[in-house]
Ligand binder design. Structure first.
Ligand SMILES: O=c1[nH]c(=O)n([C@H]2C[C@H](O)[C@@H](COP(=O)(O)O)O2)cc1CO
Length: 146
């Protein structure tokens, strides 16, 4: 596998920011493997309001993010905190035939949507259950395979 990827990281924003610390840990690790196009998702200063300062607001956020999805080699999504935006991004990424890794923490007590867990296939869409101590190792393993 090449070592410099365009990586699209998905994490909840308006769905709730409870997991921002784990997003930071994931993004820092991903940056060893390439450029994380959506680094802002892991920013502790970004609230549940989202990127309110973006000119033309939600339309430009949507259009920019779909372009970034197109440009990305790999999509990594933290899917523990349910988010409509993350679900939408994953659906669009599947339609683009992208390589996708979803990360879910069962210790949250939640049960992952069947539309994410059930989308798993060995080729392109992988779902990994993890604990926060394991996440860096899982990312290393993912990028060192194939
Ligand atoms: O301000 C934003 N900026 C942005 O890039 N997003 C994208 C990236 C995240 O992976 C995803 C989060 O969706 P949601 O806000 O529905 O939880 O949507 C979402 C918002 C706000 O919905």
């Amino acid at each position: 596998m090449k070592m410099t990827f365009n990586i699209y990281f998905c994490g909840s924003i308006r769905g709730g920011r409870q997991d921002v610390e784990i997003y930071q840990k994931i993004v820092q690790k991903l940056q060893q493997y390439g450029k994380v196009l959506t680094e802002h998702v892991s920013c502790s200063g970004l609230s549940e309001k989202g990127e309110v300062a973006v000119p033309q607001g939600d339309k430009s956020i949507h259009d920019r993010d779909v372009e970034w999805l197109e440009e990305s080699d790999v999509i990594v999504a933290e899917v523990t905190q349910p988010s409509l935006g993350v679900g939408y991004e994953l659906g669009r990424a599947v339609a683009m035939n992208k390589k996708i890794l979803c990360l879910f923490r069962p210790s949250s007590g939640r049960v992952l949507s069947a539309m994410i867990r059930g989308a798993e296939n060995r080729a392109k869409f992988l779902v990994r259950d993890y604990t926060s101590e394991e996440v860096e190792g899982i990312i290393d393993e993912y990028f060192s395979s194939d």
